[in-house]
Design a protein around this ligand. Structure first.
Ligand code: OXD
Ligand code: MN
Length: 592
Protein backbone atom coordinates (compact mmCIF):
# COMPACT_ATOMS: atom_id res chain seq x y z
CA UNK A 1 0.00 0.00 0.00
CA UNK A 2 2.93 2.36 0.57
CA UNK A 3 6.61 2.69 -0.26
CA UNK A 4 7.25 4.27 3.15
CA UNK A 5 9.75 1.75 4.49
CA UNK A 6 9.50 2.80 8.14
CA UNK A 7 5.71 2.64 8.09
CA UNK A 8 5.72 -0.82 6.47
CA UNK A 9 8.27 -2.07 8.99
CA UNK A 10 6.28 -0.74 11.96
CA UNK A 11 2.98 -2.25 10.70
CA UNK A 12 4.76 -5.58 10.29
CA UNK A 13 6.21 -5.43 13.81
CA UNK A 14 2.91 -4.51 15.42
CA UNK A 15 1.14 -7.25 13.46
CA UNK A 16 3.71 -9.73 14.75
CA UNK A 17 2.80 -8.62 18.28
CA UNK A 18 -1.02 -8.52 17.91
CA UNK A 19 -1.29 -11.38 15.37
CA UNK A 20 -4.37 -10.28 13.40
CA UNK A 21 -5.83 -12.70 10.84
CA UNK A 22 -5.51 -10.01 8.20
CA UNK A 23 -4.36 -6.46 7.65
CA UNK A 24 -6.53 -3.92 5.76
CA UNK A 25 -5.17 -0.54 4.66
CA UNK A 26 -7.89 2.12 4.85
CA UNK A 27 -8.20 4.21 1.68
CA UNK A 28 -11.01 6.52 2.83
CA UNK A 29 -13.31 5.75 -0.13
CA UNK A 30 -17.12 5.61 -0.07
CA UNK A 31 -17.05 1.97 -1.18
CA UNK A 32 -14.85 1.07 1.71
CA UNK A 33 -17.20 2.91 4.13
CA UNK A 34 -20.17 0.92 2.86
CA UNK A 35 -18.22 -2.34 3.16
CA UNK A 36 -17.19 -1.62 6.73
CA UNK A 37 -20.70 -0.57 7.77
CA UNK A 38 -22.07 -3.80 6.36
CA UNK A 39 -19.51 -5.83 8.22
CA UNK A 40 -20.10 -3.97 11.49
CA UNK A 41 -23.85 -4.58 11.15
CA UNK A 42 -23.15 -8.25 10.63
CA UNK A 43 -20.91 -8.53 13.73
CA UNK A 44 -23.24 -6.38 15.84
CA UNK A 45 -20.63 -3.64 16.36
CA UNK A 46 -23.17 -1.28 14.81
CA UNK A 47 -26.97 -1.25 14.70
CA UNK A 48 -28.65 0.39 11.73
CA UNK A 49 -30.98 3.24 12.70
CA UNK A 50 -34.19 4.18 10.87
CA UNK A 51 -32.74 5.19 7.49
CA UNK A 52 -35.79 7.23 6.53
CA UNK A 53 -35.68 9.39 9.63
CA UNK A 54 -31.92 9.26 10.25
CA UNK A 55 -30.21 8.58 6.90
CA UNK A 56 -26.68 7.26 7.16
CA UNK A 57 -26.93 6.96 10.96
CA UNK A 58 -25.80 4.06 13.13
CA UNK A 59 -25.93 3.07 16.77
CA UNK A 60 -23.12 1.65 18.90
CA UNK A 61 -22.95 0.46 22.49
CA UNK A 62 -19.71 0.26 24.44
CA UNK A 63 -19.11 -2.23 27.25
CA UNK A 64 -20.79 -1.08 30.47
CA UNK A 65 -17.39 -0.66 32.18
CA UNK A 66 -16.05 1.44 29.31
CA UNK A 67 -18.08 4.62 28.96
CA UNK A 68 -15.64 7.48 29.60
CA UNK A 69 -12.00 8.48 29.48
CA UNK A 70 -10.07 6.62 32.16
CA UNK A 71 -7.69 9.23 33.51
CA UNK A 72 -6.28 6.93 36.20
CA UNK A 73 -5.15 4.51 33.46
CA UNK A 74 -3.69 7.28 31.25
CA UNK A 75 0.09 7.74 31.42
CA UNK A 76 2.80 9.98 30.05
CA UNK A 77 5.81 7.72 29.52
CA UNK A 78 8.99 9.77 29.44
CA UNK A 79 12.51 8.72 30.40
CA UNK A 80 12.52 11.26 33.22
CA UNK A 81 9.54 11.41 35.59
CA UNK A 82 9.98 15.18 35.97
CA UNK A 83 9.16 15.65 32.28
CA UNK A 84 5.62 14.37 32.88
CA UNK A 85 5.32 16.72 35.87
CA UNK A 86 3.18 16.55 39.00
CA UNK A 87 -0.24 16.50 37.31
CA UNK A 88 0.23 13.42 35.09
CA UNK A 89 0.48 9.70 35.81
CA UNK A 90 3.96 8.58 34.82
CA UNK A 91 5.48 5.27 33.80
CA UNK A 92 8.94 4.65 32.34
CA UNK A 93 8.80 3.80 28.62
CA UNK A 94 10.51 0.44 29.25
CA UNK A 95 7.94 -0.63 31.84
CA UNK A 96 5.01 0.75 29.83
CA UNK A 97 5.99 -1.06 26.60
CA UNK A 98 6.53 -4.29 28.53
CA UNK A 99 3.24 -4.09 30.44
CA UNK A 100 1.19 -3.17 27.38
CA UNK A 101 2.94 -5.67 25.09
CA UNK A 102 1.70 -8.45 27.36
CA UNK A 103 -1.86 -7.28 26.74
CA UNK A 104 -1.41 -6.57 23.03
CA UNK A 105 0.23 -9.98 22.49
CA UNK A 106 -2.16 -12.03 20.31
CA UNK A 107 -5.01 -9.58 21.04
CA UNK A 108 -6.05 -9.51 17.35
CA UNK A 109 -6.17 -13.25 16.73
CA UNK A 110 -9.37 -13.87 14.74
CA UNK A 111 -9.65 -10.14 14.02
CA UNK A 112 -8.62 -7.71 11.29
CA UNK A 113 -6.02 -5.01 11.86
CA UNK A 114 -7.04 -1.81 10.10
CA UNK A 115 -4.30 0.64 9.14
CA UNK A 116 -5.70 4.20 9.19
CA UNK A 117 -3.47 6.97 7.84
CA UNK A 118 -4.96 10.21 9.19
CA UNK A 119 -4.22 13.92 9.13
CA UNK A 120 -4.98 16.26 12.02
CA UNK A 121 -5.65 19.50 10.15
CA UNK A 122 -6.19 19.95 6.40
CA UNK A 123 -4.17 17.47 4.37
CA UNK A 124 -0.98 19.21 3.31
CA UNK A 125 -1.25 22.24 5.63
CA UNK A 126 1.97 23.21 7.39
CA UNK A 127 -0.12 23.30 10.57
CA UNK A 128 -1.15 19.64 10.22
CA UNK A 129 0.31 16.47 11.70
CA UNK A 130 0.00 12.99 10.31
CA UNK A 131 -0.65 9.86 12.33
CA UNK A 132 -1.29 6.22 11.49
CA UNK A 133 -3.64 4.30 13.78
CA UNK A 134 -3.65 0.51 13.83
CA UNK A 135 -6.89 -0.80 15.34
CA UNK A 136 -9.04 -3.92 15.55
CA UNK A 137 -12.25 -1.89 15.78
CA UNK A 138 -14.45 -0.96 12.80
CA UNK A 139 -16.17 1.54 15.13
CA UNK A 140 -12.82 3.30 15.48
CA UNK A 141 -12.29 3.35 11.70
CA UNK A 142 -15.75 4.80 11.04
CA UNK A 143 -15.37 7.40 13.81
CA UNK A 144 -11.88 8.39 12.65
CA UNK A 145 -13.40 8.87 9.17
CA UNK A 146 -15.69 11.54 10.63
CA UNK A 147 -13.31 13.10 13.15
CA UNK A 148 -10.19 13.34 10.96
CA UNK A 149 -9.11 13.26 7.32
CA UNK A 150 -8.15 9.69 6.46
CA UNK A 151 -6.92 7.45 3.65
CA UNK A 152 -5.06 7.64 0.38
CA UNK A 153 -4.45 11.39 0.23
CA UNK A 154 -2.79 11.26 3.66
CA UNK A 155 -0.59 8.35 2.66
CA UNK A 156 0.46 10.30 -0.41
CA UNK A 157 1.49 13.23 1.79
CA UNK A 158 3.58 10.88 3.91
CA UNK A 159 5.59 10.03 0.81
CA UNK A 160 8.38 7.56 1.40
CA UNK A 161 9.98 8.97 4.53
CA UNK A 162 7.92 11.70 6.30
CA UNK A 163 7.44 11.49 10.06
CA UNK A 164 4.17 10.26 11.54
CA UNK A 165 2.72 9.46 14.98
CA UNK A 166 2.59 5.71 15.58
CA UNK A 167 -0.81 4.96 17.14
CA UNK A 168 -1.60 1.40 18.21
CA UNK A 169 -5.02 0.39 19.51
CA UNK A 170 -6.64 -2.90 20.40
CA UNK A 171 -9.88 -3.52 22.25
CA UNK A 172 -8.20 -6.69 23.56
CA UNK A 173 -10.73 -8.15 26.04
CA UNK A 174 -12.13 -4.78 27.28
CA UNK A 175 -11.06 -5.71 30.77
CA UNK A 176 -10.59 -2.61 32.90
CA UNK A 177 -7.70 -4.32 34.72
CA UNK A 178 -5.98 -4.73 31.37
CA UNK A 179 -6.65 -1.22 30.06
CA UNK A 180 -3.88 1.34 29.47
CA UNK A 181 -3.68 4.61 27.54
CA UNK A 182 0.03 5.30 27.08
CA UNK A 183 1.78 8.28 25.52
CA UNK A 184 5.42 8.12 24.46
CA UNK A 185 6.24 11.69 23.41
CA UNK A 186 9.94 10.91 22.98
CA UNK A 187 9.02 8.19 20.44
CA UNK A 188 6.07 10.04 18.85
CA UNK A 189 3.89 7.03 19.75
CA UNK A 190 0.58 6.23 21.47
CA UNK A 191 -0.53 2.80 22.70
CA UNK A 192 -4.11 2.29 23.82
CA UNK A 193 -5.38 -1.11 24.88
CA UNK A 194 -8.45 -2.62 26.56
CA UNK A 195 -10.95 0.13 25.74
CA UNK A 196 -13.47 0.90 23.01
CA UNK A 197 -14.60 4.31 24.31
CA UNK A 198 -14.02 7.26 21.93
CA UNK A 199 -11.84 9.47 24.12
CA UNK A 200 -9.50 6.51 24.78
CA UNK A 201 -9.39 5.10 21.26
CA UNK A 202 -9.86 7.85 18.66
CA UNK A 203 -6.17 8.49 19.04
CA UNK A 204 -6.08 11.63 16.89
CA UNK A 205 -8.20 13.49 19.44
CA UNK A 206 -7.08 13.86 23.05
CA UNK A 207 -3.99 11.64 22.72
CA UNK A 208 -2.39 13.14 19.59
CA UNK A 209 -3.94 16.60 19.29
CA UNK A 210 -3.56 17.49 22.96
CA UNK A 211 -1.17 15.28 24.92
CA UNK A 212 1.47 14.66 22.24
CA UNK A 213 0.37 17.88 20.52
CA UNK A 214 1.20 20.03 23.54
CA UNK A 215 4.62 18.35 23.84
CA UNK A 216 5.38 18.98 20.15
CA UNK A 217 3.94 22.51 20.37
CA UNK A 218 6.33 23.41 23.18
CA UNK A 219 9.26 22.05 21.20
CA UNK A 220 8.22 23.84 17.99
CA UNK A 221 6.96 27.08 19.57
CA UNK A 222 3.18 26.94 19.16
CA UNK A 223 0.11 26.09 21.27
CA UNK A 224 -2.04 22.93 21.27
CA UNK A 225 -5.09 23.80 23.35
CA UNK A 226 -8.39 22.35 24.58
CA UNK A 227 -10.36 25.21 22.99
CA UNK A 228 -13.32 25.87 20.74
CA UNK A 229 -12.82 28.29 17.85
CA UNK A 230 -15.66 30.50 16.62
CA UNK A 231 -16.04 33.51 14.37
CA UNK A 232 -18.49 36.31 15.12
CA UNK A 233 -19.43 38.22 11.95
CA UNK A 234 -20.83 41.72 12.35
CA UNK A 235 -23.20 43.25 9.79
CA UNK A 236 -20.29 44.90 7.96
CA UNK A 237 -18.93 41.42 7.25
CA UNK A 238 -15.98 41.69 9.62
CA UNK A 239 -15.37 38.41 11.45
CA UNK A 240 -13.69 38.35 14.86
CA UNK A 241 -12.34 34.93 15.84
CA UNK A 242 -12.34 33.77 19.44
CA UNK A 243 -10.71 30.70 21.02
CA UNK A 244 -12.19 29.58 24.34
CA UNK A 245 -11.35 27.01 27.02
CA UNK A 246 -13.84 25.70 29.58
CA UNK A 247 -13.72 22.70 31.89
CA UNK A 248 -16.10 19.91 30.87
CA UNK A 249 -19.85 20.46 31.38
CA UNK A 250 -19.60 24.22 30.76
CA UNK A 251 -21.19 24.26 27.29
CA UNK A 252 -18.21 24.48 24.92
CA UNK A 253 -20.04 22.82 22.02
CA UNK A 254 -23.11 25.01 22.61
CA UNK A 255 -21.05 28.22 22.55
CA UNK A 256 -19.18 27.18 19.39
CA UNK A 257 -22.53 26.87 17.53
CA UNK A 258 -24.43 29.67 19.20
CA UNK A 259 -27.44 31.24 17.49
CA UNK A 260 -27.93 35.00 18.10
CA UNK A 261 -30.74 35.59 20.62
CA UNK A 262 -33.97 37.40 19.67
CA UNK A 263 -32.95 40.70 21.27
CA UNK A 264 -29.69 40.93 19.33
CA UNK A 265 -31.09 39.61 16.03
CA UNK A 266 -31.63 43.06 14.57
CA UNK A 267 -27.89 43.71 14.87
CA UNK A 268 -27.34 41.02 12.26
CA UNK A 269 -24.59 38.96 13.88
CA UNK A 270 -23.69 35.59 12.39
CA UNK A 271 -21.69 32.91 14.16
CA UNK A 272 -19.26 30.66 12.29
CA UNK A 273 -18.12 27.44 13.93
CA UNK A 274 -14.51 26.45 13.33
CA UNK A 275 -14.25 23.85 16.10
CA UNK A 276 -15.71 22.80 19.44
CA UNK A 277 -12.83 21.07 21.22
CA UNK A 278 -9.27 21.62 20.03
CA UNK A 279 -7.25 24.57 18.71
CA UNK A 280 -3.72 24.48 17.31
CA UNK A 281 -2.38 28.02 17.30
CA UNK A 282 0.77 29.46 15.74
CA UNK A 283 2.33 32.87 15.42
CA UNK A 284 2.16 33.92 11.78
CA UNK A 285 4.40 36.39 9.94
CA UNK A 286 2.07 39.24 10.98
CA UNK A 287 2.93 38.63 14.66
CA UNK A 288 -0.65 37.50 15.41
CA UNK A 289 -1.91 34.15 16.61
CA UNK A 290 -3.57 31.99 13.94
CA UNK A 291 -5.56 28.86 14.69
CA UNK A 292 -6.80 25.71 13.03
CA UNK A 293 -9.13 23.06 14.36
CA UNK A 294 -7.21 19.84 13.74
CA UNK A 295 -10.45 17.84 13.76
CA UNK A 296 -13.12 17.41 11.08
CA UNK A 297 -16.05 16.35 13.26
CA UNK A 298 -17.82 16.63 16.60
CA UNK A 299 -17.68 13.98 19.30
CA UNK A 300 -20.32 15.69 21.42
CA UNK A 301 -22.14 14.79 24.63
CA UNK A 302 -25.77 13.95 23.77
CA UNK A 303 -27.68 14.47 27.08
CA UNK A 304 -28.65 18.11 27.45
CA UNK A 305 -28.35 18.75 23.70
CA UNK A 306 -31.74 19.87 22.36
CA UNK A 307 -33.34 22.47 20.09
CA UNK A 308 -33.25 25.08 22.85
CA UNK A 309 -29.67 24.58 24.08
CA UNK A 310 -28.14 23.92 20.67
CA UNK A 311 -30.35 23.99 17.55
CA UNK A 312 -27.31 23.84 15.25
CA UNK A 313 -26.09 20.60 16.87
CA UNK A 314 -29.57 19.10 16.44
CA UNK A 315 -29.48 20.00 12.73
CA UNK A 316 -25.94 18.59 12.40
CA UNK A 317 -26.82 15.13 13.73
CA UNK A 318 -29.82 14.45 11.48
CA UNK A 319 -27.73 12.32 9.10
CA UNK A 320 -24.41 10.45 8.76
CA UNK A 321 -24.00 10.34 12.53
CA UNK A 322 -22.85 7.57 14.86
CA UNK A 323 -24.71 7.57 18.18
CA UNK A 324 -23.00 5.86 21.11
CA UNK A 325 -24.74 4.72 24.33
CA UNK A 326 -27.96 6.72 23.82
CA UNK A 327 -31.48 5.26 24.17
CA UNK A 328 -32.68 3.25 21.17
CA UNK A 329 -36.37 3.81 20.45
CA UNK A 330 -38.69 1.13 19.00
CA UNK A 331 -38.94 3.08 15.72
CA UNK A 332 -35.17 2.91 15.20
CA UNK A 333 -34.52 6.50 16.22
CA UNK A 334 -32.69 7.71 19.33
CA UNK A 335 -33.32 9.76 22.48
CA UNK A 336 -31.44 11.03 25.50
CA UNK A 337 -32.26 12.74 28.76
CA UNK A 338 -32.92 16.44 28.31
CA UNK A 339 -33.14 15.94 24.56
CA UNK A 340 -35.89 16.85 22.09
CA UNK A 341 -39.41 15.50 22.02
CA UNK A 342 -41.48 13.77 24.69
CA UNK A 343 -39.85 11.17 26.92
CA UNK A 344 -40.42 7.90 25.03
CA UNK A 345 -42.67 5.39 26.75
CA UNK A 346 -40.13 2.62 26.15
CA UNK A 347 -36.82 1.77 24.53
CA UNK A 348 -33.57 -0.16 24.88
CA UNK A 349 -31.16 1.72 27.09
CA UNK A 350 -27.41 2.23 26.78
CA UNK A 351 -26.79 -1.06 28.58
CA UNK A 352 -28.91 -2.91 26.02
CA UNK A 353 -31.72 -3.47 28.51
CA UNK A 354 -35.45 -2.72 28.11
CA UNK A 355 -36.17 0.71 29.58
CA UNK A 356 -39.22 2.71 30.64
CA UNK A 357 -39.29 6.20 32.17
CA UNK A 358 -39.18 6.29 35.98
CA UNK A 359 -37.28 3.00 36.36
CA UNK A 360 -34.99 2.80 39.39
CA UNK A 361 -32.33 0.32 40.49
CA UNK A 362 -32.32 -1.65 43.75
CA UNK A 363 -30.84 1.39 45.57
CA UNK A 364 -33.61 3.63 44.25
CA UNK A 365 -31.34 5.48 41.79
CA UNK A 366 -32.81 6.55 38.47
CA UNK A 367 -31.90 4.27 35.56
CA UNK A 368 -30.90 6.39 32.61
CA UNK A 369 -32.09 5.73 29.08
CA UNK A 370 -28.90 7.25 27.68
CA UNK A 371 -25.60 7.16 29.55
CA UNK A 372 -24.79 10.69 30.87
CA UNK A 373 -21.64 10.59 28.71
CA UNK A 374 -23.38 9.20 25.62
CA UNK A 375 -22.15 10.77 22.40
CA UNK A 376 -22.80 11.70 18.80
CA UNK A 377 -20.05 11.64 16.18
CA UNK A 378 -20.96 13.92 13.28
CA UNK A 379 -19.13 15.71 10.45
CA UNK A 380 -18.39 19.38 11.06
CA UNK A 381 -19.37 20.05 7.45
CA UNK A 382 -23.01 19.25 8.33
CA UNK A 383 -23.24 22.04 10.92
CA UNK A 384 -25.41 24.92 9.62
CA UNK A 385 -22.95 27.41 11.13
CA UNK A 386 -19.78 25.74 9.82
CA UNK A 387 -17.05 28.20 8.92
CA UNK A 388 -15.91 28.30 5.30
CA UNK A 389 -12.33 28.64 6.59
CA UNK A 390 -12.17 25.04 7.77
CA UNK A 391 -9.94 23.90 4.94
CA UNK A 392 -7.90 27.12 4.98
CA UNK A 393 -4.36 25.90 5.46
CA UNK A 394 -3.20 28.70 7.73
CA UNK A 395 -6.40 28.92 9.78
CA UNK A 396 -8.07 31.99 11.27
CA UNK A 397 -6.61 34.95 13.21
CA UNK A 398 -7.47 34.87 16.91
CA UNK A 399 -8.40 38.24 18.47
CA UNK A 400 -9.52 36.98 21.90
CA UNK A 401 -8.75 34.03 24.12
CA UNK A 402 -11.52 33.31 26.61
CA UNK A 403 -11.13 31.20 29.74
CA UNK A 404 -14.15 30.17 31.78
CA UNK A 405 -15.27 28.32 34.82
CA UNK A 406 -18.34 27.43 36.82
CA UNK A 407 -18.20 29.62 39.95
CA UNK A 408 -21.35 30.27 42.01
CA UNK A 409 -20.11 33.35 43.86
CA UNK A 410 -16.61 34.31 42.78
CA UNK A 411 -15.96 35.28 39.19
CA UNK A 412 -17.87 38.14 37.53
CA UNK A 413 -19.75 37.48 34.30
CA UNK A 414 -16.75 38.71 32.32
CA UNK A 415 -13.41 40.42 32.94
CA UNK A 416 -10.34 41.15 30.87
CA UNK A 417 -6.70 40.69 31.81
CA UNK A 418 -4.48 43.74 32.14
CA UNK A 419 -1.85 42.21 29.84
CA UNK A 420 -0.77 38.80 28.44
CA UNK A 421 1.11 37.54 31.52
CA UNK A 422 -1.85 38.42 33.73
CA UNK A 423 -4.08 36.55 31.28
CA UNK A 424 -1.87 33.47 31.52
CA UNK A 425 -2.29 33.67 35.31
CA UNK A 426 -6.08 33.83 34.80
CA UNK A 427 -5.89 30.66 32.70
CA UNK A 428 -3.59 28.95 35.19
CA UNK A 429 -6.07 29.58 38.02
CA UNK A 430 -9.12 28.43 36.07
CA UNK A 431 -11.48 26.32 38.15
CA UNK A 432 -14.98 24.94 38.40
CA UNK A 433 -17.13 24.03 41.35
CA UNK A 434 -18.65 20.57 41.43
CA UNK A 435 -22.36 20.51 40.68
CA UNK A 436 -24.87 18.16 42.29
CA UNK A 437 -24.63 16.00 39.15
CA UNK A 438 -20.97 15.22 39.75
CA UNK A 439 -19.49 12.70 42.09
CA UNK A 440 -17.79 14.26 45.13
CA UNK A 441 -18.43 17.14 47.51
CA UNK A 442 -20.79 19.73 46.08
CA UNK A 443 -19.24 23.18 45.73
CA UNK A 444 -15.69 21.82 45.93
CA UNK A 445 -13.33 23.81 43.73
CA UNK A 446 -11.54 21.79 41.08
CA UNK A 447 -8.59 23.52 39.47
CA UNK A 448 -8.24 22.89 35.76
CA UNK A 449 -5.64 25.26 34.26
CA UNK A 450 -6.60 26.22 30.71
CA UNK A 451 -8.97 23.15 30.87
CA UNK A 452 -5.80 21.17 30.13
CA UNK A 453 -5.28 19.29 33.40
CA UNK A 454 -6.06 15.86 31.88
CA UNK A 455 -4.53 16.77 28.51
CA UNK A 456 -1.21 18.55 29.04
CA UNK A 457 1.39 16.01 27.87
CA UNK A 458 4.28 17.40 29.92
CA UNK A 459 5.17 19.22 33.10
CA UNK A 460 2.43 21.78 33.62
CA UNK A 461 4.77 24.27 35.31
CA UNK A 462 6.78 24.29 32.08
CA UNK A 463 3.52 24.63 30.15
CA UNK A 464 2.77 27.90 31.99
CA UNK A 465 6.30 29.13 31.08
CA UNK A 466 5.63 28.24 27.45
CA UNK A 467 2.43 30.31 27.47
CA UNK A 468 4.32 33.29 28.93
CA UNK A 469 7.04 32.95 26.30
CA UNK A 470 4.45 32.78 23.49
CA UNK A 471 3.12 36.20 24.56
CA UNK A 472 6.62 37.67 24.34
CA UNK A 473 7.01 36.33 20.80
CA UNK A 474 3.86 38.01 19.47
CA UNK A 475 3.69 41.55 18.13
CA UNK A 476 -0.14 41.44 18.32
CA UNK A 477 -1.14 38.95 21.02
CA UNK A 478 -4.86 38.28 21.45
CA UNK A 479 -6.54 39.89 24.46
CA UNK A 480 -7.35 37.43 27.25
CA UNK A 481 -10.73 37.29 29.04
CA UNK A 482 -12.46 35.22 31.72
CA UNK A 483 -16.19 34.48 31.70
CA UNK A 484 -18.53 32.85 34.20
CA UNK A 485 -22.04 32.03 32.97
CA UNK A 486 -22.85 30.33 36.27
CA UNK A 487 -22.94 33.05 38.97
CA UNK A 488 -25.84 32.51 41.41
CA UNK A 489 -27.94 34.61 43.76
CA UNK A 490 -28.34 33.83 47.47
CA UNK A 491 -31.08 31.30 46.62
CA UNK A 492 -28.87 29.37 44.22
CA UNK A 493 -30.63 30.75 41.13
CA UNK A 494 -28.50 31.53 38.07
CA UNK A 495 -28.19 35.27 37.53
CA UNK A 496 -27.36 35.04 33.82
CA UNK A 497 -29.64 33.31 31.25
CA UNK A 498 -26.73 31.72 29.37
CA UNK A 499 -26.91 29.82 26.04
CA UNK A 500 -27.50 32.13 23.03
CA UNK A 501 -27.62 35.16 25.34
CA UNK A 502 -23.88 34.70 25.90
CA UNK A 503 -23.43 36.54 22.61
CA UNK A 504 -24.11 39.74 24.60
CA UNK A 505 -20.90 39.09 26.51
CA UNK A 506 -18.99 38.15 23.36
CA UNK A 507 -20.14 41.46 21.87
CA UNK A 508 -18.40 43.32 24.71
CA UNK A 509 -15.28 41.17 24.26
CA UNK A 510 -15.21 41.97 20.53
CA UNK A 511 -15.79 45.67 21.16
CA UNK A 512 -12.81 45.60 23.55
CA UNK A 513 -10.65 43.86 20.94
CA UNK A 514 -11.61 46.50 18.39
CA UNK A 515 -11.11 49.32 20.92
CA UNK A 516 -14.72 50.42 20.57
CA UNK A 517 -15.58 50.50 24.27
CA UNK A 518 -13.94 51.58 27.54
CA UNK A 519 -13.82 49.36 30.64
CA UNK A 520 -13.68 49.78 34.41
CA UNK A 521 -10.48 48.83 36.22
CA UNK A 522 -11.03 46.38 39.09
CA UNK A 523 -8.48 44.49 41.22
CA UNK A 524 -8.93 41.34 39.13
CA UNK A 525 -8.93 42.93 35.68
CA UNK A 526 -11.07 45.18 33.49
CA UNK A 527 -14.82 44.71 33.92
CA UNK A 528 -17.56 46.20 31.73
CA UNK A 529 -19.49 49.33 32.53
CA UNK A 530 -22.94 47.66 32.89
CA UNK A 531 -24.29 50.08 30.28
CA UNK A 532 -21.97 48.50 27.72
CA UNK A 533 -23.63 45.07 27.83
CA UNK A 534 -26.62 45.20 25.47
CA UNK A 535 -29.63 43.75 27.33
CA UNK A 536 -32.28 44.50 24.66
CA UNK A 537 -35.08 41.96 24.97
CA UNK A 538 -33.83 40.54 28.30
CA UNK A 539 -35.49 41.18 31.65
CA UNK A 540 -32.18 41.19 33.54
CA UNK A 541 -32.41 44.12 35.98
CA UNK A 542 -29.75 46.71 36.78
CA UNK A 543 -29.36 45.16 40.25
CA UNK A 544 -28.78 41.71 38.75
CA UNK A 545 -26.23 43.16 36.35
CA UNK A 546 -24.44 44.82 39.26
CA UNK A 547 -24.31 41.46 41.07
CA UNK A 548 -23.06 39.74 37.94
CA UNK A 549 -20.19 42.19 37.60
CA UNK A 550 -19.39 42.52 41.31
CA UNK A 551 -15.92 41.68 42.67
CA UNK A 552 -16.48 40.37 46.21
CA UNK A 553 -13.39 41.10 48.30
CA UNK A 554 -13.98 38.29 50.84
CA UNK A 555 -14.60 35.67 48.19
CA UNK A 556 -11.41 36.70 46.38
CA UNK A 557 -9.39 36.56 49.62
CA UNK A 558 -10.44 32.91 50.01
CA UNK A 559 -9.71 32.26 46.35
CA UNK A 560 -6.18 33.68 46.62
CA UNK A 561 -5.41 31.29 49.51
CA UNK A 562 -6.80 28.36 47.54
CA UNK A 563 -4.70 29.32 44.51
CA UNK A 564 -1.61 29.37 46.74
CA UNK A 565 -2.23 25.76 47.81
CA UNK A 566 -2.71 24.71 44.21
CA UNK A 567 0.51 26.36 43.07
CA UNK A 568 2.48 24.40 45.69
CA UNK A 569 1.83 21.31 43.52
CA UNK A 570 4.31 22.63 40.95
CA UNK A 571 7.22 23.32 43.32
CA UNK A 572 10.21 24.87 41.59
CA UNK A 573 8.66 24.42 38.16
CA UNK A 574 6.11 27.16 38.78
CA UNK A 575 7.35 30.14 36.73
CA UNK A 576 8.21 33.23 38.75
CA UNK A 577 5.85 35.25 36.55
CA UNK A 578 2.88 33.30 37.93
CA UNK A 579 4.04 33.92 41.53
CA UNK A 580 4.42 37.62 40.71
CA UNK A 581 0.88 37.80 39.30
CA UNK A 582 -0.44 36.00 42.39
CA UNK A 583 1.32 38.52 44.68
CA UNK A 584 0.05 41.46 42.62
CA UNK A 585 -3.52 40.18 42.78
CA UNK A 586 -3.23 39.75 46.54
CA UNK A 587 -2.00 43.32 46.94
CA UNK A 588 -4.76 44.74 44.71
CA UNK A 589 -7.46 42.84 46.61
CA UNK A 590 -6.07 43.97 49.99
CA UNK A 591 -6.21 47.59 48.85
CA UNK A 592 -9.74 47.22 47.42
C1 OXD B 1 -14.20 15.61 25.54
C2 OXD B 1 -13.65 15.88 26.88
O1 OXD B 1 -14.68 14.50 25.30
O2 OXD B 1 -13.12 16.98 27.08
O3 OXD B 1 -14.13 16.51 24.69
O4 OXD B 1 -13.72 15.01 27.75
MN1 MN C 1 -12.88 18.11 25.26
Amino acid sequence: MTRHAKLNKWVKEMAALCRPDKIVWIDGSEDEKKRLEKEALYTGELIELNQEKLPGCFYHRTAANDVARTEHLTYICTKKRADAGPTNNWMSPAKAYKKASEIFKGSMIGRTMYVIPFSMGPVGSEFSKIGVELTDSIYVVLNMRIMTRIGRSVLEKLGTDKDFTKCLHSKADLNVDRRLILHFPEDNAIWSVGSGYGGNVLLGKKCLSLRLGSWIAKKEGWLAEHMLIMGVEDPSGHITYIAAAFPSACGKTNLAMLIPPEGLKSKGYRIWTVGDDIAWMRIDTDGSLWAINPEAGFFGVAPGTNSRTNPNAMATIKKNTIFTNVLLKPDGTVWWEDGDGPVPSEGINWEGKPWKPGMTDEKGNKIHGAHPNSRFTAPLSQCPSVSNRLEQHHGVPISAIVFGGRRAKLAPLVYESFYWQHGVFMGATMASERTAAQFGKQGEVRRDPMAMLPFCGYNMGKYFSHWIKMGKNMANPPKIFHVNWFKQDENGKFLWPGFGENLRVLEWIIDRCRQKVKAVESPIGYVPDPADIDLTGLDTSKETMAKLLEVDKNEWKKEIEDQKDFFKTFGKDLPKEITIEHELLKKRIERY
